[in-house]
Design a protein around this ligand. Sequence first.
Ligand SMILES: [Zn+2]
Ligand SMILES: [Zn+2]
Length: 273
Amino acid sequence: MTILDEIKPTRRQRLYDLVRDAGIDVSHWETTKGNSSSAASNPKYCYNWSFVRDDVVVLNLWHQEMEETEGVVRCALNPRETARQDTCVRVARAQQMDLALRQAKMAHLPIRVIINAGARKKASGNTSQVKHRLLDSVEWSVESYDTLTGHCTLARGKPQPVFIDQFTAWAEGFESPKKKTVTTEVTERCSKVRRQVLERANGYCEYCKSPGLNTPTGQIFLETHHVIPLSEGGPDKPDNVVALCPNHHREAHHGATQDSIRQQLLAHLKTIA
Ligand SMILES: [Zn+2]
Ligand SMILES: [Zn+2]
């Protein structure tokens, strides 16, 4: 069963309830005549595509517009383009959604997604019919937002760091090390140092300057390496750790050139200290 299958809504829930469950204040949905059932169908709100509070953004997305690759569910959308092509009230809803995406991107706000299933509007004239909906329990994040075009990609889950190394990759299950507990310990002890080094390397091997590998999740992979090994008393500090491409990492450990690589890396670390 794919993640997409798992998050497919199978029952009809009211938008009002889901928006409230996502943490948005819905008290103003109540009309002057107001009881809660009329609040839920208040046309001023109940057809909106996005809802914003200062610390959360709630978006309505279509299940059939989501895609799953390598275990990550994404949704690409461009409400600004929709606003350009559409008519009347939908323009305002689309513009509001574009603004919500921009706010989420700039303020790094978590996104709660209400997943809709049903008949999506195709041409102008007919309206979309939501058959089922649910509030996704997992937070989404903005993976990319093009301020020029309004094109946006949302990904299900917390935002991923751009640069990763072998420990992150293990932790995420790309490759499973035998001694899981040991790895976790090591990973936690120096994760801050590794992050600093990966940021400093900026995606390029600090030995040969060639770019790291692109991962299926859009991150850049390099391996972190202690120039003077911890076993030889080398410190676990950024001035003793480098980011290397996998080839040069192996060479630094096993190659006939390991001594010269070590000297060159030490010299390199001195120049950037
Ligand atoms: Zn290299
Ligand atoms: Zn190493």
